[in-house]
Ligand binder design. Sequence first.
Ligand SMILES: *Cc1c(COP(=O)(O)O)cnc(C)c1O
Length: 388
Amino acid sequence: MNEKIEYLPFGRPNFSSEEIDAVTRVMKSGWIGMGPETIAFEQELCVFLNVSNVVTVNSCTSALELSLLVSGIGPGDEVICPSLTWCSTANASLYLGAKPVFCDVDLKSLCITEQNIIEKITEKTKAVVVVHFGGYAIDVVSLRAKLPPEIVIIEDAAHAIGSRYLDGTPVGSSGNLTCFSFYANKNLSTGEGGAIALPNQEVADRLRSLRQHGLVSDAWKRFTHPKSILTAELMELGYKMNYNDLQASLGRVQLRRQGEFHQRRLDIAKLYCDELAGQEFGLSFQDDVLSEDHARHLFVVMLPLEHLNIDRNDFVIALRDRNVGAAIHYAPLHSMKFYRDLHDQPSLENTERLYEKILTLPISASMTIEQAKYVVSQFNSLIQECYK
Ligand SMILES: *Cc1c(COP(=O)(O)O)cnc(C)c1O
């Protein structure tokens, strides 16, 4: 029962022969750039997310930067965001010359709260980037009502494809610019990639131009309508941040399989919540992690350190020695050298407390229940060895 199995990474994509066939079809078609598959993927995402426009880009990092750009964020502006997140959330502001201002998170949801944000507002605050941590959907309707109307809300939904807000509508449909990631280990994976969901058609057109150098006409149109090259016009300084049809063909299959993926993640999370030891000593999980509305990109465990004779880092290393690819999401950005050197960083009490005790257990749509049981058995034997 407890014999060692192959190393289990914290996230692993699930590709079937359908994805392989889809990519093969595009490779044989003679066009692998941005074209009909990308357009179809964007339209299918519009339906899935219940939103009128989706603009794909090469990453969620790019999606965040372009979202801030089209919101008018620039030098001198402050953008509030959590520190307990991946660096892209904050770096996006810096690319535009704006200043990321880190705020604290709630101890149970691991997400920023209205109060956390309000404490950080100054006359320079122009935007907030909220992160739906692990797939926990922040209540952006309530947040919108509490913030001054001129402060833009941008949603970093890198973890949250398939998550739903309190009213049951999909993350992506709120009316805010909402950024998704299709990176290698995300719930919908195309290796690299990202998308912005938004209601406004004109802003979507500008994003389409910005992802392609600032051209009005995209590469697909130039490919299919050779004469349109004659009228291609640069409107502004854009970027090379487009998606392509190889990725989109993969993404279309991954999108169709989201229901299956969602169920597997739920089954794994249920097993963890039912069977992980230490709960009587205060071992705890993120709020709502078993909710139907949570995408469960990450399964975070908070260790009851006061009952253990081991710290979190050694606990993670011991799990890895047992082939359980535990990880840490995330080392807080306000403690990172680069951000400390940039300017003085405030202390963030909850973020710092959480950082000492959080770890992420493997969860993915390609993990089996047998593998999840192996994780439980290794976790439980380790924590029992470490009680004091
Ligand atoms: C993965 C991730 C990103 C960046 O996504 P990329 O597609 O790799 O650029 C941004 N924010 C969060 C919270 C992430 O987890």
